[in-house]
Design a protein around this ligand. Structure first.
Ligand code: IVH
Length: 784
């Protein structure tokens, strides 16, 4: 090569640029492979020409040799801290002081999230990073340059032009929430110690003695200001300076804004507070800064904090309040969930009046009693929960809480099944609460999708007796709905002590009812899987419903099937199988299905069972699935052999079994089990159902084998040409089974943009990974 120095220069420029596009602009410029090739070329050149080495070369980002300690660095301009405001009043005082000090109204502020990480000062000389230091005591910090070089979004050399000869950039190092979670998941999986929180994660990572360790940590950085500036000028306002920093290659938070006056500040605070749980990084408040530098100088400082800026903090996410009552809520399957009624309290900007107590065990564990002062926590947008009791504040005479014996809605007994945490109202469909929940679930979007049938209507339809079970929805008439509405209006008017509100006349008055009837009618045409899901069978979610429909092919088969045969369906275990069996054993449930069918609900069915259903339809597997004491797989095979293939399973006696080689204890256990009438008839029913199924399963050839039959596929990341759901459906049409988790049995993984831990797992296990292009090509070739 003619001139290695020039090649090195060119390579560094390209790599810096690629890095900035990837980590700061989120707009990759070159493929990873090309980046790697360029980096390797640069490494080789630097090794061959040590005189060309540079601390700001992209090769330094992987972490250089460990340092022994962090040398002290004196900040050319001290790193100050901020005063805090915890209430609107304190913010109003802050604005008033500025308005009086500057004699202005509604001054302009730069407003920014207060990132919950670690402050950093980056010193650039002639556009190159020379020192990175922590805040320390504000005057002196620690040199963490080697570690900071590994943070990919921090420029080692500035972009563009016009930067001052000396420029200190101040900002926050932090660990994005998603990266923090992924990191901890991996740590837990590997038995390593997880990080306590993103802030500790960032701080701990920066203080690693070995920069190669820091390089592995997913750290990010946002610039929020400047320190020393020499040999050049910056714009006249803070917001323009931030823009300039972005031009020079620094990541600047896109949530920053410019507002005017107190209203502007509080509006920003509330807006970002509402979105806080959805932000990709942790914040503990917002920072308000006078935007105009001249105005900042005029306001000056008090002790170590500026008078021109303040941090408006979010209230703590835990608060104490008083537990006033514990109510019982009854769910669709009768589960009785205790709900805490609280004296209203603000937790992270939201008034909390209820908190979940999960179940009776949780209450016993916490020993929560009515009247207790409790600590309530709100984590993100999840339902608030009670963390603990402040025992010192327990009122005299507070009694331990016990689950009431009767359902608060229908008065039926509340019972607990053995070994279960859940208590249930035994009223089933006689319980109005369960009825309403059943209708709500039935009509929901992923079930029968009855548009317009919202909670309020369900409430009224059930309360006024128009609907007692889901089949009633299909008998509603326009007159019913209009009459119901009239009664509701009258009831409300009476409650308010006035005349019924004048009602719209004619068409408009009934339009809603016509629309509702039309969507009820539309829902008659549905699929078997939606129909099964809509029935609300305990433990039967969408994916189980789908698997059942595909496996057995028809509602008639499924609703008559003895429970052990449900276990043949992949992913259906004993508990789900029994729950299905229990549901279809109830005459009331069978009647509900009959009524739905009579009233024109027609679930589209595959018709025949899946060819795969043939697997496991042998008598030995059946014996195992019947969960007969002592009958393990090997014993089951011995029993079947002794019966000459299984034909006489229902009748063979112990002596014949023993003669056929079955150990006497096993033979005795089997015969004793079968001696019970219910067991004998279950066995016969299973044998008959197996025969029946076998006769109806088409030969795989007749159906035409599909290219992905028997293959399990996992989708991860986001695809650009379709949703994951759509991709899954198309793969299923080609015979694949779509699963949510990667294991050794996974056939291949389709990885879209921003694929995370599943992709990693697939790579670890050496499983084939497809990108979107390959998926599309495959679907194209196979007509999927
Ligand atoms: S400005 C003189 N802006 O909060 C102004 N600080 O007590 C100095 N922080 O240690 C800081 N986000 O680490 C500023 N957008 C932001 C910030 C921010 C987080 C931290 C910073 C500092 C502390 C202030």
């Amino acid at each position: 090569m003619a001139d290695p120095a020039r090649r090195v220069e060119a390579l560094r420029r390209r790599l810096h640029e690629a890095n900035h596009r990837y980590y700061v602009l989120d707009d990759p410029a070159i493929p990873d492979a090309e980046y790697d090739a360029l980096l390797r070329e640069l490494e080789a050149l630097e090794a061959a020409h040590p005189e060309l080495a540079s601390g700001t070369s992209p090769t330094q980002r992987v972490g250089t040799t460990p340092s022994s300690a962090f040398a002290p660095v004196r900040h050319a301009v001290p790193m100050l801290s901020l005063a805090n405001a915890f209430s609107d009043e304190e913010v109003a005082d802050f604005v008033r002081r500025i308005e009086q000090g500057l004699d202005v109204r509604d001054p302009v502020f730069s407003v920014e999230p207060k990132l919950d990480g670690l402050a950093l000062s980056l010193r650039y000389e002639d556009g190159r990073l020379v020192v990175a230091a922590t805040r320390g005591d504000g005057a002196t910090g620690e040199d963490v340059t080697a570690n900071v070089r590994t943070i990919r979004s921090i420029p080692l050399e500035l972009f563009g032009s016009g930067w001052p000869q000396v420029l200190e950039v101040r900002g926050e190092v932090f660990m994005p929430v998603a990266e923090f979670n992924a990191w901890n998941q991996r740590a837990l999986a590997e038995g390593a110690r997880p990080l306590a929180n993103p802030r500790n994660g960032a701080a701990g990572s920066l203080r690693q003695l070995d920069p190669r360790v820091t390089a592995q940590r997913p750290l990010a950085f946002f610039a929020y200001g400047v320190g020393a500036v020499e040999g050049g000028k910056l714009p006249a306002t803070h917001s323009q300076t931030l823009q300039r920093l972005a031009d020079w290659g620094f990541p600047v938070c896109t949530e920053n804004a410019v507002v005017r006056g107190l209203d502007g500040l509080l509006g920003y605070y509330r807006g970002i507070g509402a979105r806080r749980p959805a932000l990709p990084f942790d914040i503990d408040g917002v920072v308000y800064k006078l935007d105009d530098y001249a105005a900042q100088r005029e306001m000056g400082f008090v002790s170590r904090a500026p008078r021109w800026a303040i941090a408006h903090k979010f209230p703590a996410q835990e608060q104490s309040t008083v537990l006033e009552a514990i109510d019982i809520q009854i769910g669709r399957t009768g589960a009785a969930t205790p709900v805490a009624r609280l004296q209203p309290v603000q937790v992270s900007g939201v008034v909390v009046t209820n908190a979940t107590l999960h179940n009776a065990d949780q209450i016993a564990r916490l020993d929560v009693r009515i009247g207790d002062t409790v600590i309530v926590r709100r984590a993100g947008d999840v339902i608030p929960e009670i963390v603990r009791v402040v025992e010192e504040r327990r009122p005299d005479g507070a009694e331990p809480w016990t689950m009431p014996s009767r359902c608060p809605v229908c008065g039926s007994e509340i019972v607990r099944e053995e070994g279960q945490a859940v208590w249930r109202c035994s009223g089933e469909l006689a319980c109005p609460a369960q009825r309403k929940e059943a209708v709500r679930h039935f009509a929901s979007r992923r079930a029968m999708d009855i548009e317009g049938l919202g909670d309020r209507l369900i409430e009224d339809l059930c309360d006024l007796g128009y609907v007692t079970e889901v089949g009633d929805l299909y008998a509603l008439t326009l007159d019913d709905l209009v009459e119901m509405k009239r009664r509701v209006d009258a009831r409300e008017a009476e409650a308010e002590g006035g005349m019924p509100a004048p009602r719209a006349k004619g068409k408009i008055a009934t339009r809603w009812a016509e629309n509702l009837l039309a969507s009820v009618d539309r829902s008659r045409t549905t699929t078997l899987e939606r129909f099964l899901f809509a029935l609300g069978i305990e433990h039967v979610g969408e994916s189980t419903a789908k698997a059942l429909a595909a496996w057995f092919g028809s509602l008639e088969t499924i609703r008559r099937l003895p429970w052990p045969l449900f276990k043949r369906v992949p992913d259906v275990g004993g508990e789900v199988a029994r729950s299905l069996g229990h549901f279809f054993d109830q005459p009331g449930n069978q009647r509900v299905i009959d009524v739905l069918l009579e009233r024109g609900v027609t679930p589209a069915e595959p018709g025949a069972p899946s060819p795969r259903a043939r697997e496991g339809l042998d008598p030995a597997t059946l014996l195992v699935d019947l969960e007969i004491p002592k009958v393990t797989r090997i014993r089951a095979e011995q029993i079947v052999a002794a019966c000459g293939g299984g034909d006489s399973l229902a009748t063979i006696g112990a002596p014949a079994l023993e003669a056929g080689g079955v150990p006497s204890a096993v033979a005795a256990a089997f015969v004793q089990w079968r001696h019970e009438d219910a067991h004998a008839s279950l066995l016969r029913a299973c044998l008959a159902a197996q025969r029946d199924l076998l006769a109806r399963i088409p030969e795989a050839d007749a159906l035409g084998a599909r290219p992905l039959d028997g293959m399990t596929v996992v989708l991860t990341g986001s695809l650009s040409s379709m949703t994951r759901e759509q991709a899954g459906e198309r793969l299923e049409a080609l015979g694949a089974k779509v699963s949510g988790s990667v294991s050794k049995k996974t056939g291949f993984v389709v990885a879209g943009e921003a694929a995370g831990s599943k992709l990693e797992k697939a790579q670890q296990l050496g499983i084939d990974v497809w990108d979107e292009a390959r998926l599309l090509a495959f679907l194209d070739t196979h007509g999927g």
